[in-house]
Write a protein that binds this ligand. Structure first.
Ligand code: SF4
Length: 268
């Protein structure tokens, strides 16, 4: 099972301080469509379109459609800000798993992600998606700042029948998020203590608790220009060349780093 994670490292439509992507904001050529075509040729089975927000990127919809038509499992993460009314049908037809960020409820969520209309947009989007056959996963970053929000999030997401999975991530003080470690860091014991609530909740939701210390290596990332990289267990990112270069691809495959036993069966 081979999974490619396409990340938009150029920019995002939000500016979350706890985000660990170092957006470079340089002018680039977005090669998303060619990257997807290459991933199909190379036999990838899963493609994840990660942050920044895919829906804010010009070629994302076309690229996702091509991936889906060629039988890749399509997983797309979004903060929902750039989802339009015309996207609901698109999502139903082309996305196998939609990952939606929710870290708090109501105005507190807007404050948490520094956006005055985010929760209203999220709420509207989730209500509209209820009319479609779409599987949704909620992604929550748990930090010292939203530690009390877990019961509210649980109550809120339990009202949506499309939400099947809840992934809760301990704040990772990596890359650009390191600057704000003092504000957001949450200890292992506080993380576990806070999540005791979900152990006792009566629910059909699949709940994944992702401790920072238990993060795995072996993910294959590709930015929107085709540069490949992976992460090691210490959170360091290591360049692997280009998805368009035959030699680089041979190296990636020969190292067998595409098959991480902890992640290969996560969604399928
Ligand atoms: S956490 Fe997500 S929404 Fe926020 S800046 Fe990073 S990629 Fe964008």
């Amino acid at each position: 099972m081979k999974r490619l994670i396409l990340t938009y490292n150029q920019s995002c439509n939000l500016n979350c301080k706890f985000c660990y992507i170092d957006f470079h904001h340089k002018k680039i050529e977005d090669k998303t469509i060619s990257i997807v075509e290459q991933a199909i040729q190379l036999g990838f089975d899963i493609i994840t379109f990660g942050g920044g927000d895919s829906f804010s990127k010009r070629d994302f919809r076309e690229a996702c459609k091509i991936a889906h038509q060629n039988h890749l499992f399509t997983h797309v993460d979004t903060n929902t800000l750039s989802i339009n009314e015309s996207d609901f049908k698109f999502i139903e037809e082309n996305i196998d798993l939609l990952g939606v960020s929710i870290d708090a409820i109501g105005d507190y969520y807007n404050l948490f992600r520094d956006s005055h209309r985010l929760f209203q947009k999220l709420n509207h989007t989730l209500q509209q998606l209820e009319k479609y056959n779409i599987e949704i996963k909620v992604n929550t970053i748990l930090t010292a700042q939203n530690i009390n929000s877990i019961p509210d999030i649980f109550e809120y997401i339990s009202t949506f029948k499309n939400i099947k999975r809840w992934s809760i991530y301990q704040f990772s003080p990596l890359s650009s998020a390191k600057k704000f470690e003092d504000i957001y860091k949450i200890s292992d014991s506080d993380f576990e203590q806070t999540l005791k609530f979900v152990n006792t909740s009566n629910t059909d939701l699949i709940i994944e608790k992702n401790r920072y210390a238990n993060r795995v290596d072996g993910y294959i990332f590709c930015d929107e220009e085709g540069n490949l990289y992976t992460n090691n267990i210490n959170g360091k990112y290591l360049p692997l060349g280009s998805i368009f270069n035959e030699e680089d691809i041979k190296n990636v495959f020969s190292k067998n780093i595409l098959i991480n036993p902890k992640i290969k069966k996560r969604y399928t």
